[in-house]
Design a protein around this ligand. Structure first.
Ligand code: SAM
Length: 209
C-alpha cells in the first residue's frame, strides 16, 4: 500500500523556505528545466516553485503533490504559471498508466519518498523511450558532512522535514532504476562550512534508453 503524505508542520514551513530561497537555488531550478519541451511530469511539486521557470516550449505539465495543504498552494501557483499546469493530489506511486511523457522533473523530492528505487522505476515506465529525467536533489556528502547527515537522518530531520533523508545515494538509485545518466554535477548552495545537512545538491540529466 502507498503511504499517505500528511505533514502539517512541514506544509506550514516549506512555503516560507521556498519564498526566501537563495538565488543560487533559483539559478539551479532554471537550469534543471532549461531546454525542456512537450509534455512534462513533475513529481512532488510542493507549492509549485518550479512552475514559473518552465520554458515556453513545454506544452503541458502534470504536477503531482500528495500533501493536502501543499496541493492547494501548487494549484494557486499553477493558475499563474506561464505554461499550462494541471495539479493532481496523489503520490508518485499512485500515478496511473497514461500516454508517456517527454520528460520527468524531480527537485528536492527523491529525498522524501519512501521507496526511492520503486518511485524511480515508476517514473521510468511513464517516460517515452529517449525521454529525460531532470533532477536537482540533495545527496549524500562525503566525510564529516556525511556523518552529520546520517546523524540527522536517524534523529529529528525526517520527522520535521516531511520525511526528507539527507544521506541518500540518489544517483545510484537513478541508475538502479534503469536510467542512463548523461550529465551530472554537484553544487554547494551555501558555504561548505554552514552547518546544514542539505547544502550539497546534484543537478543532472538522465535518459530512459
Ligand atoms: C522538499 S519538498 C520539494 C517541493 C518541490 N519539488 C520543490 O522543488 O520546491 C518535497 C515534496 O515532495 C512531496 N512528496 C513526498 N513524498 C512524495 C511521494 N511519494 N510522491 C510525490 N511527492 C511526494 C512532498 O509532499 C513535498 O511537497
Amino acid at each position: 500500500m502507498t503511504p499517505s503524505v500528511d505533514n502539517p508542520f512541514f506544509a506550514r514551513v516549506w512555503p516560507v523556505f521556498a519564498a526566501h530561497e537563495a538565488e543560487s537555488v533559483r539559478v539551479l531550478r532554471r537550469e534543471n528545466l532549461a531546454g525542456l519541451s512537450g509534455r512534462v511530469l513533475e513529481i512532488g511539486a510542493g507549492c509549485g516553485t518550479n512552475f514559473a521557470y518552465y520554458p515556453e516550449a513545454v506544452t503541458h505539465v502534470l504536477a503531482v503533490e500528495p500533501e493536502p495543504r501543499l496541493v492547494d498552494k501548487a494549484r494557486e501557483a499553477a493558475a499563474n504559471a506561464p505554461i499550462p499546469v494541471a495539479v493532481t493530489h496523489e503520490t508518485a506511486e499512485e500515478i496511473g498508466d497514461m500516454e508517456p511523457f517527454d520528460a520527468v522533473v524531480c527537485s528536492l523530492v527523491l529525498c522524501s519518498v519512501h521507496d526511492q528505487v520503486g518511485v524511480l522505476r515508476r517514473l521510468h515506465a511513464l517516460l517515452r523511450p529517449g525521454g529525460e529525467l531532470r533532477y536537482l536533489e540533495h545527496i549524500a556528502s562525503a566525510g564529516a558532512r556525511g556523518r552529520f547527515q546520517q546523524f540527522v537522518d536517524a534523529t529529528f530531520w525526517p520527522r520535521v522535514m516531511g520525511n526528507c533523508h539527507t544521506h541518500r545515494d540518489t544517483e545510484r538509485a537513478i541508475i538502479d532504476a534503469g536510467f542512463e545518466v548523461r550529465t551530472s554535477r554537484r553544487e554547494w548552495t551555501l558555504p561548505a562550512w554552514a552547518p546544514l545537512p542539505v547544502s550539497e545538491l546534484a543537478l543532472g540529466r538522465a535518459h530512459r534508453p
